[in-house]
Design a binder for this molecule. Structure first.
Ligand code: FAD
Length: 472
């Protein structure tokens, strides 16, 4: 039986076609990072969500000494700063963000708030009891997001009405039914929906059924960035934006150098730089930075939404490997993301040259799902970079010679909810409180090896081509 796809499982079987070639060219694999340096560039966020980006703070303009330097103003970094200050209010904590907070994946994503981790979504590991704990942890965190939103007074438009994975093939239906049966026996309140129930909820007739998780939901991701930024600042963290860290000298006290010439002396370092982490030379062989595309329509009236039959305000993603995901904004725009992603040599950035073809693919898919959408054009399209680990497992932990570098990454397109759990774990680890998290597989998990260029590019391209050919 085909294994039921997790939300965005597409790299697993890639297993890097370059692997064979690699055996004969180990030398090139080793020296290639010195030949091809990853660019330290950050494209501006042009997403629909970016319209709600919080006002930016001034950049760092002087040398400072701190207890904790957090690199990256996305969900991971801002939540880590918030939790570190909550645990240790005496510590000086700074967040350094290259652009504005939410410029990375946190302010550009598909807005689905999901339980579990990407590798365990609708898939049991060999330890189902632990999977259940992860379910409870992630479901509980969604309630925390709601509380924090209330506490900061910033409405992040969380609609915790559940989330659907819509099923494409009859094999997917069989696998989902089996999963739901086992999940329910463990006490997870998930459901299998037949086609009829699905049609009455979201209107589309193209799927064979669905997996429904009542604990999932939809959010305005940039407003969630705002929630965490406010929470971190209210807790006493300092946030400097338009401050790019160009290099890091590791030590008992780290020395961070910014592109503008400032130096930060820090006892602890938090790498919350997600798909950009390898650009600083860290975790270079742990993930692949892949571009995904999202587009949004103009708002629809309640009557128009009723006409297409999207009655239940839940987001959904399909069960394909190159997954599509859709949701509704609060003003009833439909956003759709996914399809074929792109990988650029050496994790390159720059204007995405093939963007138009990605948006055409999204348009075709929208009309396929909702034929009444034919003639509707997108108001806006954008892309964002995902930190894909080979088997889609994330990792949070502590590294470095002096065990004073903390990190969370490998979310593999499943991080809107998980990131702030990792922020909480980072804070505990930084305070020396590892014990409560030892039971979870993502603590200090070593991620599968990803080769350097040019093997990475070869592997990613052949894997993506394979999926384009074989996708149902
Ligand atoms: C298109 C897309 C769709 C997605 N859809 C979903 C979804 O629907 N549901 C879901 O659960 N997940 C989704 N994800 C994944 C989710 O958005 C991410 O896992 C999550 O936002 C990661 O947050 P982060 O804080 O770790 O990283 P980011 O938000 O990427 O933040 C990293 C920050 O670090 C900064 N930075 C990097 N290097 C430096 C440096 N040297 N100096 C200073 N700052 C630096 C960057 O500017 C950036 O702001 C999606 C991702 C993308 C790209």
């Amino acid at each position: 039986m085909r294994e039921l796809s997790s939300r965005r499982r597409f790299l697993r079987k890639v297993a890097f076609a370059g692997g064979g070639a690699l055996l004969g060219t180990v030398g090139l694999n080793q020296i290639s990072p010195r030949i091809w340096r990853e660019p330290l560039e950050f494209e501006p966020n042009r997403s629909y969500w970016a319209r709600s980006q919080p006002p930016q703070n001034p950049p760092l303009t002087e040398d400072i000494a701190v207890d904790v330097a957090v690199l990256g103003g996305g969900f991971t970094g801002l939540s880590a700063a918030y939790y570190i200050r909550s645990i240790s209010p005496h510590k000086r904590v700074v967040v350094l963000e290259a652009k504005g907070c939410g410029n990375g994946a946190s302010g550009r994503n598909g807005a689905m708030v999901l339980t579990m981790t990407a590798d365990r979504y609708m898939h049991f590991s060999s330890a189902p009891a632990i999977d259940k704990k992860i379910y409870d942890l992630t479901a509980g965190n969604i309630r925390e997001l709601s509380k924090l939103s209330f506490a900061t007074g910033i409405d992040c438009e969380l609609e915790a009405n559940g989330a659907l994975q819509v099923l494409v093939t009859s094999e997917d239906v069989r696998a989902a039914k089996a999963y739901v049966q086992e999940a329910r026996s463990l006490g997870m309140p998930v459901e299998f929906w037949d086609k009829q129930r699905l049609v009455s909820a979201i209107g589309t007739e193209v799927y064979a059924g669905a997996f429904f998780d009542p604990n999932g939901g939809h959010i305005h991701p940039m407003k969630l960035v705002h929630v965490f930024k406010a929470a971190a600042e209210n807790a006493g963290a300092e946030i400097y934006e338009n401050t790019t860290v160009a290099s890091i000298e590791e030590g008992r006290e780290h020395l961070l150098h910014t592109t503008s010439g400032c130096t930060i002396r820090a006892k602890s370092l938090v790498l919350a730089t997600n798909a950009f982490t390898s650009r600083l030379g860290f975790f270079r062989n742990s993930f692949v930075a892949v571009h995904e595309f999202v587009a949004v329509t103009q708002p629809f009236s309640e009557r128009q939404l009723a006409e297409i039959g999207w009655h239940k305000r839940v987001p959904f993603n399909d069960s394909r490997t190159e997954v599509f995901y859709l949701g509704l904004t609060q003003d009833n725009r439909i956003h759709i993301g996914g399809g074929s992603p792109s990988y650029f040599f050496n994790s390159g950035v720059g204007e995405v040259s093939d963007a138009a073809s990605h948006f055409s693919q999204l348009q075709r898919e929208l009309v396929r799902i909702y034929p009444k959408m034919s003639g509707v054009s997108f108001e806006l399209g954008w892309d964002g970079v995902v930190d894909w680990s080979i088997d889609e497992s994330p990792s949070v932990g502590c590294t470095g010679k002096h065990k004073n570098i903390f990190y969370g990454l490998g979310y593999s397109g499943h991080g809107v909810n998980l990131t702030s759990i990792f922020g909480r774990i980072i804070a505990d680890l930084e305070a020396g409180r590892e014990e409560p998290w030892k039971q979870y597989p993502f603590l200090n998990a070593s991620l599968e090896y990803v080769p350097n260029e040019p093997f990475r590019w070869l592997g990613a391209q052949s894997g993506l081509a394979w999926y384009r050919l074989t996708e149902p």
